[in-house]
Design a protein around this ligand. Structure first.
Ligand code: SME
Length: 160
């Protein structure tokens, strides 16, 4: 059992440095990508406040397939280019969505979701997965959250 702690009042940049460092400690030396994604999903769920879903979709062929996550059961397959996750995967660009209802084609896996952040994990120039965070609060995520999760994605590039 690992018990990581985070101070909710610290600046976000510092919070994400600690989160990435915890993810590094959890995944270093472990070659199994599913185990690493499972532990990082649990870490995000434990440390990042105000989420209702946190996890991974993996890029397989021309679709995304559900990976390890915490939250309610979710849609299993998302075609590349569709929804927030499929848009992040096909463009290779993070998607910061303050209001999911205003995002064309948003896929509502959990009706409680109001805002979303999806960050691609890129290995050797190809998107291999996306990290998906959903929140019940509108505009929950900002550019600091995006930068922090992008740093996490970079760490995980060779570990999932
Ligand atoms: N909302 C996502 C689907 C995945 S769930 O949020 C877990 C989307 O539009 O791609």
């Amino acid at each position: 059992m690992y018990d990581f702690q985070a101070d909710p009042d610290q600046p976000k940049a510092e919070f994400y440095r600690e989160l990435v460092s915890a993810a590094d400690a959890l995944t270093a030396g472990e070659p199994d990508g599913v185990a690493n994604m499972a532990n990082v999903a649990a870490l995000l769920w434990q440390l990042v406040p105000d989420l209702n879903w946190a996890g991974f979709y993996r890029a397989i062929g021309d679709e995304l397939v559900l990976g390890p996550f915490c939250g309610k059961p979710a849609c299993i397959r998302i075609p590349l280019g569709q929804g927030v996750c499929g848009t992040a995967a096909s463009s290779g660009q993070s998607q910061l969505v303050p209001d999911v209802h205003a995002f064309p084609g948003h896929i509502a896996c959990d009706a409680a979701s109001r805002s979303e952040l999806v960050v691609p994990v890129v290995r050797e120039g190809a998107v291999v997965a996306v990290i998906d965070l959903d929140s019940p609060s509108p505009a929950r995520f900002d550019s600091d959250d995006q930068a922090g999760i992008e740093a996490l994605a970079q760490l995980l590039s060779s570990r999932i």
